[in-house]
Design a protein around this ligand. Structure first.
Ligand code: ADP
Ligand code: ZN
Ligand code: ZN
Length: 733
């Protein structure tokens, strides 16, 4: 009697056996097909792993599957293998990992076919002038349709802030039409390019040549300073694979998936480009996914989860800004899409290119060890000059809401020249906290070990860790004094000061609070790109993905804020962020200047970074990591736990450590650090602790994790705490 062994989305790290549905021909079932089954009181979608002849489940406990959904597996064999590998490597339940590799509709059991949704588009002769000045909403809607000549769904229109109720009006006026979308293979395209490629410089040419002449699998680290023309290398390497009839998969950081990035690909290629962004409806996502799977989409751009997109004719994979931590999923299935890219390249036997100006120390190590082929672009492309750095020692300087006098003078100078200024301050809100001048009381969050941030627009206290909010008190909670003062400066406060100092110049703030509304970022960008003098002030949203050709001065207000972090990667992150922000200056014909306000102007790391550049810094950092037995010279995994009561999580991890110590199968060469309370022990009302495992031997580490996780899973005590395992953590909290 055959049984179906399924992976089912559940927290349990095991497979589940079922009887085949009535009349099912099990001999023809392929591993990877989806099967609907009863699970507890629910119906869920599982994935067939194998058909087996025996089961350990007693016959009276065995349930019958409800229905086989697919005739062929939705995920091709390579992606199925990738997801299995990842579940195993990251110690995540296989059923959940497989489920996350699928688009949402397929997780829910929908058929693996196009959703055939109705789309809207403008009529070919639609003229916006036909709409009166008073019909502002209709004009906006028509503009949106005009931006999507291939059609846009009602869900997407709503997501873009358009009013679908007005579509009927446009239809009646003969300005728009609705149609059913059926993607088609583009006929063989002799003209895959819209625009001519640029003439490469020698370094770029070498890089393209290496990437396009490699046979099978190879990982490249493409290290190029900002403005060195990495994107042009991507484009020309992609062109090579496109001309062979293949597809390119490009992963970008969450924050980097901007219209600007995408438009460079669309401008170059006369081919279907599919973008997997977070605003897609479930229908759109499935359709885009199918276009990639069928080979209709030739260029696929997406964030982290796009790494599981099936490709009919895989050609090449790019990871842009490979050092960015958003490639690592920080909860649940904690995979690193950059590292999975390398595994996927291996499975597909295609090249993988990791591009960045500031490689992760891990990638640098891999390049030094010869695992990655190292390609360098040291020159800025075209005739742009590298920015000049200046360190402003703040130890003697009074600050006006975050700004020192010499900096204010420089801002004035650049604005008078008619150029733009960018000010980076990685703290949103008005002030990091509120303090009582009489007793020193600070406005702390009641649910976290953290201060609450003071916001002025609108006025309230906000915890950026647990999101709780409360009104600003009139008097001190502790002594009743009314002498409460904001401490320090956030973007709102510095914006106010800049506006007062430069009343004739627009001051544009860019942070999570000003960009929440759909298209807000686009409006801001449009304003900045008009090129008039202005001051941009913002958080790291400004640092990535955007080009500001008219900015000649970049100021970093608190350059050393990450320097003394509890995380050993604090220095690396600070350096990457500084260079990334600095790279916004002087990209076109304007030379750029970068001013860094710091209290540590003589700190060797800061000085080596600005005088010798990232490479020198990174090599120094790597040798320190190796000397201190830290990643990447060793492998690391981290147990995290949280519970309602103090000490509970720590006790649980202590027990876990004891289990490992007593494990008779315990492999050699594993070190434990902890358990210790997390650096921010209390967060959102939970008390948190962590236990780190380290080893020079990856196999030993995994063997230990496998054995311990099975013991923990069957431990009833473990249910009182929430625990997780993070393999190759990028954050040590
Ligand atoms: P990166 O991605 O490395 O920061 P970009 O690819 O954005 O750099 O290139 C920076 C600028 O240089 C862009 O405006 C680009 O069009 C231009 N550029 C790139 N390569 C060349 C080249 N070979 N000749 C002239 N201009 C180039
Ligand atoms: Zn909080
Ligand atoms: Zn007080």
């Amino acid at each position: 009697m055959p049984y179906l062994r399924l992976a089912i989305p559940s927290p349990l790290r095991r497979l589940f056996d079922y009887l085949p549905p009535q009349g099912c021909e099990t001999a023809i079932l392929q591993p990877g097909v989806r099967i609907k089954v009863p699970f507890g009181r629910r119906e869920v979608t599982g994935v067939l792993m194998e058909v087996v002849d025996t089961t350990e489940v007693p016959l009276n406990k065995l349930k019958a599957a409800i229905a086989v959904i697919d005739t062929t597996p939705p995920l091709p064999a390579t992606v199925l293998k990738l997801a299995r590998w990842a579940a195993n490597y990251y110690q995540h339940p296989l059923g959940d990992a497989l489920s996350q590799a699928l688009p949402v509709l397929l997780r829910k059991g929908a058929p693996c076919e196009y959703t055939h949704q109705h789309l809207w588009r403008a009529m070919p002769d639609a003229d916006i002038a036909q709409l009166g000045k008073t019909a502002a909403r209709q004009r906006e809607l028509l503009l949106l349709l005009l931006e999507h000549p291939n059609g846009i769904s009602e869900g997407a229109i709503r997501a873009e802030g358009g009013q679908t109720a007005l579509l009927k009006k446009l239809l009646d006026k003969g300005l728009a039409e609705s149609f059913i979308h059926t993607p088609n293979h583009t006929e063989h395209n002799d003209q895959p390019l819209h625009e001519a490629p640029l003439t490469l410089n020698a370094e770029q040419r070498h890089a393209v040549q290496q990437i396009t002449t490699t046979q099978g699998f190879q990982t490249f680290l493409l290290q190029g300073v900002t403005g060195s023309g990495k994107t042009e290398v991507y484009l020309q390497a992609i062109e090579h694979y496109i001309r062979q009839g293949k597809q390119a998969l490009i992963l970008v950081p969450e924050i980097g998936l901007t219209p600007q990035t995408v438009s460079r690909f669309k401008a170059r290629f006369n081919l279907p480009v599919v973008v997997l962004h977070s605003n897609l409806t479930d229908n759109q996502r499935l359709d885009a996914w199918l276009q990639a799977k069928e080979g209709i989409a030739r260029i696929i751009i997406g964030t982290r989860s796009a790494m599981f997109t099936p490709l009919r004719h895989p050609g090449v994979i790019f990871i842009d800004e490979e050092h960015d931590t958003s490639f690592k999923q920080q909860d649940g299935f904690r995979y690193n899409a950059r590292d999975l890219a390398v595994m996927r390249g291996n499975l597909e036997q295609i090249p993988v290119v990791l591009g960045t100006a500031t490689p992760a120390i891990e990638s640098l190590y891999n390049a030094q060890q010869g695992r990655y082929q190292w390609l360098k672009l040291n020159q800025r492309a075209g005739d742009a000059l590298p920015p000049q750095f200046e360190l402003l020692d703040m130890r003697q300087l009074p600050l006006q809401d975050g700004l020192s006098e010499p900096l204010i003078q420089q801002i004035k100078g650049h604005l008078q020249q008619g150029t733009q200024v960018l000010i980076f301050l990685n703290r949103r809100g008005f002030a990091p906290t509120l303090m009582c001048h009489d007793c020193g009381w600070l406005a702390d969050c009641r649910r976290c070990d953290a201060h609450m941030t003071l916001h002025r627009k609108p006025l309230h206290l906000h915890c950026h860790h647990c999101d709780s909010q409360r009104p600003v008190p009139n008097v001190c909670d502790h002594c009743g004094s009314s002498d409460l003062k904001p401490v320090g400066a956030g973007t709102e406060r510095t914006e106010e000061r800049l506006q007062a100092l430069f009343p004739d110049v627009p001051v544009i703030r860019v942070d999570r609070d000003t960009t929440q509304r759909k298209n807000a970022m686009q409006h801001i960008m449009d304003r900045v790109h008009q090129g008039h003098p202005c001051i941009l002030i913002g958080t790291q949203m400004l640092a990535k993905g955007h080009h500001f050709p008219k900015v000649t001065l970049v100021a970093i207000l608190n350059a050393d804020s990450g320097l003394f972090s509890a995380d050993f990667r604090g220095m690396e992150r600070t350096a990457q962020l500084i260079l990334q922000v600095a790279g916004r200056a002087g990209r076109a014909d304007h030379p750029g200047k970068v001013v860094m306000q710091t209290h540590h102007a003589d700190h060797p790391t800061i000085t080596s970074l600005v005088t010798e550049g990232y490479q020198a810094f990174a090599e120094q950092e790597l040798s320190q990591r190796i000397a201190a037995h830290l990643p990447p010279s060793i492998y690391c995994a981290m147990f995290r736990a949280e519970a309602n009561h103090p000490g509970q999580a720590e006790r649980f991890l202590g027990k876990l450590r004891q289990l490992m110590a007593n494990d008779i199968l315990q492999p050699q060469g594993i070190q434990w650090l902890g358990p210790l309370p997390s650096p921010m022990e209390k967060r959102a009302g939970q008390y948190r602790a962590q236990l780190v495992l380290q080893s020079h031997d990856r196999k030993a580490l995994h063997q230990q994790l496998n054995s311990i996780i099975h013991q923990v899973e069957s431990d009833t005590e473990a249910r009182k705490v929430r625990w997780s395992i993070d393999v190759d953590p990028v954050d040590m909290f």
